[in-house]
Design a protein around this ligand. Structure first.
Ligand code: LMR
Length: 423
C-alpha cells in the first residue's frame, strides 16, 4: 500500500515537472505593425491624441460610424429566428449579392453560374481560405505580392506555407506607381504565376493604376497566363462609386481571366467587428464551380466550421433590399467624400504653414490611406511629442483626420519635416 502510494506520488511529481516545462520555449510574437498602433493610441491619455493607424472608417468626430442603412437592415431583420437551419440560406444570399457587387449584376459569369463563392470571415478570412486552396491545388506555386502591400498579406500566405515573392509597385520618389517596373516584373515572373492585386484604394500607398494601365496589366497577365487574385477591401472608397471601384476587375473579366476575389464589408459598411466577407473563384463551367466550392467549404469546415450569422444577415439585407441598398450607395459616397475633403484640407493647411515639401501626393493618392513619405524617425517623433499615431511606414489612415484635428496634424507634420528627413 505504502509502496503503491509512493509510486503514484512520484509518477505525478515527474509528470508535473514535465508539464511545467511545456511552454518554456514559447517567446512573445513580434507586435503586429497595425494593431500595435491602436494599442499605443489607447494607452495614451492625452486629450489631443489622434489615431491614423487602423484603416477603419471614422466620422468627423473621430467616432466609428453606424450607417443608417445598417440601422434599417437591423429593423428589417428584427425578430427573425436565427435558427441553425437558416444560416446556410443567409450565407448563400450574401455570396449571391456580393459577387454581383464586384463582377456586375449582368455579368456572364453570374448569369451562367460560373463561380465558386463562399462566405468568409471578412477579407482576411477570404484571403486565408484562398491561400490554403492555392497550397492544396498548386502546391509548388508562389504568390507575388505588391511591394509594399498590406502587412497581413505576408502573414496569411506564410501561414498557408505558400512561398512569397514581390513585384514592384510603388515609386518612393514619385510617391506614385512604378508602372514600368511593375510591368517588367509581371513579364519576368514564370508563366502561370499567382499575383495578388489590390483592385482599388491600394493599401498602404493609396496609389492605383489608371484604367489604361489596368488594361495593359490584364493583357500581360493573359500573355503570361498568370492567375490574378484581387483583394477588394475598400470598394467605394477610391472614387465614392462602387461600380467604378470595380473597374479593374471588370477589365480582367472582359479579357476572360479566371480570377479570384476576396471581398470585405469591414470598411464600406463599417462592420469591422462582424467579420463579413466573401471569397469567389471564377470557373470554366458549373461543374468546376461545384467542385471548387465544395473544396473551399471543406477548408472552412476544418478551420471554423461556419461564420456567425448576424452581420451576414445585415449585409445581405442591405445588398438585396433596393431602398436600403440605395441608401448604402449614398452613404459610401458620403464617407469617400469626407476623406477626400480631409485630404484637401490637410494639404492646404501644410501649404499655408509654409511647408517647403511637395504635398501633392496627399490629393493624388486615393482611398483610405495616404502614404505620407514620413520616415520611421518622424513617425516616432509625431507619437512622442504630438500624440499622433500611424504605422511605421508613414501610412496615415485619412479616416482619422477630422475638421477638428486637421490643423493640429498639419502643424505637427510641418514641425517634424522642416528640418529634413533625419532631424
Ligand atoms: C488596415 O490595413 O489597417 C486594415 O486593413 C485593418 C486591418 O485589419 O489591418
Amino acid at each position: 500500500m505504502w509502496r503503491h502510494q509512493l509510486m503514484t506520488t512520484s509518477r505525478c511529481f515527474s509528470t508535473s515537472i514535465r508539464a511545467l516545462h511545456w511552454w518554456d520555449h514559447v517567446c512573445p510574437a513580434p507586435k503586429d505593425p497595425i494593431t500595435s498602433v491602436t494599442e499605443a493610441f489607447l494607452a495614451d491619455t492625452s486629450p489631443v491624441k489622434i489615431n491614423l493607424g487602423v484603416g477603419a472608417y471614422r466620422d468627423d468626430e473621430g467616432k466609428p460610424v453606424i450607417l443608417q442603412c445598417l440601422r434599417d437592415a437591423e429593423a428589417k431583420i428584427a425578430g427573425c429566428d436565427f435558427l441553425e437551419s437558416i444560416s446556410s440560406a443567409v450565407s448563400s444570399k450574401l455570396v449571391e449579392e456580393s459577387v454581383k457587387l464586384v463582377y456586375g449584376k449582368d455579368s456572364d459569369v453570374i448569369k451562367e453560374g460560373r463561380y465558386a463563392g463562399v462566405q468568409a470571415l471578412s477579407g482576411t478570412g477570404a484571403c486565408r481560405l484562398f491561400a490554403e486552396f492555392q497550397k492544396r491545388f498548386h502546391p509548388e506555386s508562389q504568390i507575388y505580392l505588391p511591394n509594399p502591400t498590406w502587412s497581413n498579406h505576408h502573414n496569411i500566405w506564410r501561414d498557408a506555407q505558400v512561398q512569397q515573392n514581390t513585384f514592384s509597385y510603388y515609386h518612393p520618389d514619385l510617391k506614385g506607381l512604378n508602372f514600368t517596373a511593375l510591368m517588367d516584373d509581371v513579364k519576368n515572373a514564370p508563366d502561370g504565376s499567382f499575383f495578388l492585386l489590390h483592385p482599388c484604394a491600394h493599401n498602404p500607398t493609396g496609389v492605383d493604376p489608371t484604367e489604361e494601365q489596368w488594361r495593359e496589366i490584364s493583357h500581360q497577365f493573359k500573355v503570361k497566363n498568370h492567375f490574378p487574385f484581387f483583394d477588394m477591401a475598400y470598394q467605394g472608397f477610391a472614387s465614392g462609386d462602387l461600380d467604378r471601384d470595380a473597374l479593374s476587375i471588370r477589365i480582367f473579366l472582359e479579357d476572360g481571366h479566371l480570377l479570384g476575389c476576396a471581398q470585405s464589408f469591414a470598411k464600406n459598411m463599417g462592420l469591422y467587428g462582424h467579420r463579413v466577407g466573401c471569397l469567389s473563384v471564377l470557373c470554366n463551367d458549373m461543374k468546376q464551380a461545384v467542385a471548387i466550392k465544395s473544396q473551399l467549404q471543406k477548408i472552412a469546415r476544418a478551420m471554423y466550421s461556419s461564420p456567425p450569422v448576424h452581420g451576414t444577415s445585415l449585409v445581405s439585407t442591405v445588398l438585396s433590399d433596393p431602398d436600403i441598398k440605395a441608401l448604402w450607395v449614398k452613404e459610401v459616397k458620403g464617407m469617400a467624400n469626407r476623406i477626400q475633403t480631409m485630404r484637401t484640407n490637410l494639404q492646404e493647411s501644410l501649404w499655408q504653414l509654409g511647408s517647403s515639401l511637395n504635398w501633392q501626393h496627399i490629393t493624388n493618392q486615393v482611398g483610405m490611406f495616404c502614404f505620407s513619405g514620413l520616415t520611421p524617425k518622424q513617425v516616432d517623433w509625431l507619437a512622442r511629442e504630438f500624440h499622433i499615431y500611424m504605422t511605421h511606414d508613414g501610412r496615415m489612415s485619412m479616416a482619422g483626420v477630422t475638421t477638428g484635428n486637421v490643423n493640429y496634424l498639419a502643424n505637427a507634420i510641418n514641425e517634424v519635416t522642416k528640418y529634413g528627413e533625419n532631424a
